[in-house]
Design a protein around this ligand. Structure first.
Ligand code: FAD
Length: 456
């Protein structure tokens, strides 16, 4: 019906005139020629989605490597953001004050660990605008995301304790949780003739909760080697009720402190440092004098978390302890030290979490329930000095137990026992870290803790 005005290009439909009115077909697709339709459909691609990873430290780099290998690059664009170009092997900081490692042993360029073709943005993150699904960078660039992984870690905040960064900072007060602190302490120890060495943990949680213990064990060994152990009085001062967070291991590690003549002061909650009198003072006014103070200052998440309104009072992000999904936003996942989980803040933990998170991210992308569950698995070698170490393996529900690891009855590592093999495990960890862990490769240790080889 009606007079044909013209044939519409490409779609095979006709514009028609009825009276003075020209009718254009409402939906040209209805009239599309089948061959054209098939061609168009075969060429059509769904819009690319954006997965953004914030932080290219231990956890972020692992996630990038794992997901880059698994996701279809025509469907998901992965972008990773970090402010620094250098990757620090933080477990190595422990060895620097004792001259075992130097700076060059713990740094590599981050780019060495990124897969070819990864989109890397080198910039400081200003904040996440979670309601808008976007991240603002300090250089004014905006990154939109469909899915976000936050892996911005934790860092020390000495300013949280009154007087900590006054006159004696890096003169008689040091940290070893930063490369600067570890190197400054190495310089100091080379010249130090002895006195009262106080190690103080300001508050929990901290990264690698065994690192302060390892520090005093190594100090005992190092000053013995230098022949001045009788001139160095070592004190371990902690807010915990004992040497460690878990009661059974705490008893055993407390015995090690005794054996090594290291004095333990538990339940000490630091209020301030008095620089002139060289003492730390607790909230209940207990005073502990020092000649050198090695502090593990308050550990907190990055300021970006606070600016984004996503953190708790220590800027850690409330995270589901099993699925690793943010408690507040279903398209944000959190991994590593940035979470508020009750698991240890450790590289080994981030590694176990990465397996779980990868599985849950794939489920999320396909709209399936998040079935993979993180059990809080942690596995830590504790360097105990004189070429020996102790190993602990535990999770949310099971505290460290004695036994053999990973093979029942065989080991080669011994749980909650001091052995040379455990020391080699610790030393090997650096090689494993650079070559396997960061690159997202499989390690011969299950993500979930196993009871095999453990004695109740
Ligand atoms: C002294 C010491 C000893 C340790 N020993 C051990 C050990 O023996 N075994 C073990 O398993 N673990 C150990 N750890 C802990 C381990 O190093 C950390 O748990 C691990 O690195 C955490 O990884 P992460 O990715 O969560 O954080 P990180 O590796 O710290 O990475 C966070 C990244 O986010 C980036 N970032 C943060 N905020 C921003 C921002 N606003 N803009 C841009 N980028 C940002 C940072 O630059 C950094 O690259 C130790 C740590 C220390 C300090």
């Amino acid at each position: 019906m009606g007079e044909v005005v013209r044939r519409l290009p490409f779609c095979g439909a006709y514009e028609k005139k009825i009276g003075n009115t020209v009718f254009i077909p409402e939906s040209p697709v209805t009239f599309v020629h089948p061959i054209i339709l098939t061609t168009v459909l075969s060429l059509w691609k769904p819009p690319m989605k954006n997965l953004v990873i914030l932080g290219a430290g231990t956890a972020g780099t692992m996630m990038l490597n794992k997901l880059h290998a698994m996701l279809d690059s025509s469907q998901w664009q992965i972008t990773i953001v970090d402010q620094f170009e250098t990757h620090y092997y933080q477990p190595g900081f422990l060895f620097i004050p004792f001259g075992i490692y130097s700076r060059k042993d713990v740094v590599k360029p981050k780019r060495d660990f990124f897969p070819a073709g990864a989109k890397v943005v080198s910039a400081e993150i200003d904040r996440i605008e979670a309601e808008e699904n976007r991240v603002l960078l300090k250089n004014n660039v905006v990154l939109n995301y469909d899915l976000l992984i936050v892996a911005t870690g934790a860092k020390i905040n000495p300013d949280e304790t009154e007087g900590m960064k006054d006159g004696l900072w890096y003169k008689n007060i040091f940290d070893f949780y930063t490369i600067e602190g570890a190197c400054a302490l190495a310089d100091f120890f080379r010249r130090w003739e002895g006195g009262k060495l106080v190690l103080n943990v300001a508050e929990m949680p901290i990264k690698c909760p065994v690192a302060p213990l390892e520090f005093v064990f190594l100090a005992d060994w190092w000053f013995t080697e230098r022949g001045i152990r009788d001139k160095v009085d070592i004190h371990y001062v902690t807010p915990l009720p004992g040497a460690f967070t878990k009661p059974r291991a705490s008893g055993i590690l407390g015995d090690f402190l005794d054996k090594k003549n290291i004095h333990l002061t538990p339940d000490f909650s630091i209020a301030r440092v008095e620089n002139e009198e060289r003492k730390i003072v607790s909230w209940d006014e207990t005073e502990i004098p020092f000649d050198v103070l090695v502090t593990i200052p308050t550990n907190m998440g990055d300021e970006m978390v606070e600016r984004s309104g996503l953190g708790d009072e220590l800027r850690f992000i409330p995270t589901n302890k099993q699925t690793l999904q943010s408690e507040a936003h279903e398209n944000i996942f959190v991994i590593g030290d940035a979470t508020n989980l009750p698991s240890s803040k450790a590289g080994s933990v981030a590694h176990f979490q990465a397996d779980i998170l990868t599985e849950n991210i794939l489920s999320w992308m396909e709209g399936r329930p998040l079935r993979a569950q993180f059990d809080g698995h942690a596995n830590c070698f504790i360097e105990s000095g004189f070429g020996k170490g102790i190993l602990i393996d535990f999770n949310y529900d099971t505290e460290p137990l004695p036994g053999k690891f990973p093979l029942p009855g065989v080991g080669p590592f011994s749980l909650l026992e001091e052995t040379e093999m455990n020391h080699y495990g610790k030393i090997m960890f650096r090689w494993m870290y650079w070559n396997f862990l960061l690159r997202g490769k499989e390690l011969p240790i299950e993500s979930h803790m196993s009871m095999a080889g453990k004695r109740m």
